[in-house]
Design a binder for this molecule. Sequence first.
Ligand code: ITT
Length: 200
Amino acid sequence: MNLKLIKGMRLVLATHNPGKVPEIEALLGGHYSVVTAGSLNLPEPDETESTFVGNALLKARHAADLSGEVAIADDSGLSIAALDGAPGIFSARWAGPDKDFAFAMKKVEQRLEEIGAQDRSAWFTSALAVAWPNGPAVVVEGRVDGTLTFPPRGTRGFGYDPIFIPEGHTQTFGELDPAFKDSISHRARAFEKLRDALIE
Ligand code: ITT
């Protein structure tokens, strides 16, 4: 089996998060024809693993096996040093069933206040997995470090972007140009590794 992503091939983007779709499409650089798991009506699997890597593999494998096509999945999240890495793999779940990130960001602020934490350092992680239907899979991980700020700032991006200031900058991911975020993000860094491994 040729474990390469050949330009022009169709890839199933195994995410149900509309915030991730344009970012992953931008990273794929228009070289692939991308179809989302949602548009194929593929069900969303339960994220039962305990690591980003495990959940990315689970999502890519699920979409590849159900669609019969090569699938790419991201599992990502915000880890906060003072909260021992929380919310981490539970980042989406902290927003509740309504995916309310204003609520999730408030929860982060409250948890930090409760423990009187001074340390505001945090990082985003992205595990990107590519799976071949009933075949092998490849997974890589990328990370971007930064600090948290409250209240949230900016309306660009998604999820926890409005409270995250990447290292060396003063604006949050919610304020920065999305193209700039795409050049330094955890997802971009994971994608660089994927490109080295898989792209001809
Ligand atoms: P899929 O599993 O369908 O891809 P999801 O939203 O459930 O969608 P995850 O389990 O990977 O995805 O959850 C990651 C959460 O972490 C996501 O919902 C965001 O809240 C947060 N997150 C990940 N990347 C982010 C980014 O670039 N900016 C802001 N928040 C991010």
